[in-house]
Design a protein around this ligand. Structure first.
Ligand SMILES: Cc1cc2nc3c(=O)[nH]c(=O)nc-3n(C[C@H](O)[C@H](O)[C@H](O)COP(=O)(O)OP(=O)(O)OC[C@H]3O[C@@H](n4cnc5c(N)ncnc54)[C@H](O)[C@@H]3O)c2cc1C
Length: 296
């Protein structure tokens, strides 16, 4: 089956829906294609987004979807995009169910896929008590016993950041500490213990951790563990040959335009500042920019 629209948006979460709203309000024919896997789906409460502080991610998304689909030129498809290719006058988008959609402009709002660490309990606690972002979840565990799972260059910055929320903090390096003597002394002076034994498991009840067990047998009672994990981009990014920055995010200009003129990107796939509000703001910018480029 074939179809043609002015704009295809791949990813119907916060960035994609925000762009769809801007484009729907600009009377543009838009198709949002989404396979329902936003990165925050396991977290029980989303914080730090005005008017929706503490709401579930699914609630925020459902209100957004209802409002976006009020605009008659916005269509929605629950599917996976499997391939995208450039044509002489735009792009062809293929879905896994065999739909081919021709579009003049494409927005990638595909987020990123977090590669959760293979520590027993890590995946179950992700977004509940194993936390990546203190701005999203730090306030709820303020002044509690916390640990940062990190090593090397990032570790000092991460510990110093988390210390804003609690001084009851320790650093788990999960192996030999890759820190300078000066950094180790700095941590000692700040009364931040450094544990180098690898983390064996995270003990939890329904995702709420209560202890971290190290390979040397130490049991550390904790309320939360802060950890940053590697991620990968959607395979579509590589298919299109888009430029990435040093950190692995899609390079975009201030209009959210990528290294390919017809392709825009917004949200987590473009920035380390991962938050609902950033994704929404970038989606708005992408929607407005796409409309302007279509006019031109
Ligand atoms: C555990 C966790 C907790 C968080 N908590 C908070 C919080 O409390 N407050 C806050 O502000 N931020 C929080 N964040 C960050 C926030 O969730 C992200 O910044 C935000 O979801 C980014 O939105 P996005 O639209 O860019 O990507 P996502 O929300 O990840 O959505 C990407 C969408 O693209 C779809 N998709 C991808 N590839 C395809 C494809 N090929 N075909 C079809 N669909 C596709 C996915 O299914 C998904 O729906 C949290 C993140 C995590 C991981």
């Amino acid at each position: 089956m074939n179809k043609a629209v002015e704009v295809v948006i791949i990813g119907g979460s916060y960035a994609g829906m925000s762009a769809a709203m801007a484009l729907g309000r600009s009377l543009r024919e838009v198709l949002v294609i989404d396979n329902g896997q936003p990165c925050n789906r396991q977290t029980p409460h989303s914080h730090n987004f005005l008017t929706r502080d503490g709401a579930t991610p699914a609630f925020i998304a459902s209100v957004a979807k209802e409002q976006v689909l009020e605009y008659p030129t916005v269509q929605w498809l629950d599917e996976t995009v499997s391939k995208v290719e450039e044509t002489a006058d735009g792009l062809l988008v293929y879905t896994s169910q065999g739909l081919q959609v021709h579009t003049k402009k494409l927005l990638l709002a595909t987020g990123v896929k977090d590669e959760l660490l293979p520590i027993p309990g890590f995946a179950e606690c992700w977004g509940i008590s194993v936390l990546h972002c203190p701005y999203c979840h730090g306030y709820e565990v303020r002044k509690e016993a916390l640990a940062v799972l990190s090593n090397g260059e990032m570790a000092m910055d991460f510990v110093q950041l988390i210390r804003q929320w609690s001084t009851r903090i320790q650093l788990l390096t999960n192996g030999n500490p890759m820190l300078t003597q000066q950094e180790l002394t700095q941590l000692e002076k700040a009364c931040i213990p450094v544990r180098s034994s690898p983390v064996q498991s995270i003990l939890h009840t329904d995702g709420h951790l209560y202890q971290v067990q190290l390979e040397d047998g130490t049991l550390i009672p904790l309320k939360a563990l802060f950890a940053r994990v590697p991620f990968h981009q959607s395979p579509l990014v590589q298919q299109l040959g888009l430029s990435l920055n040093e950190q692995g995010y899609i390079t975009v200009n201030p209009f959210q335009q990528t290294s390919l003129a017809h392709v825009f990107a917004a949200g987590d796939c473009t920035t380390a500042m991962r938050s609902v509000s950033t994704a929404v703001a970038q989606g708005t910018m992408a929607g407005a920019a796409i409309n302007k480029f279509l006019i031109e």
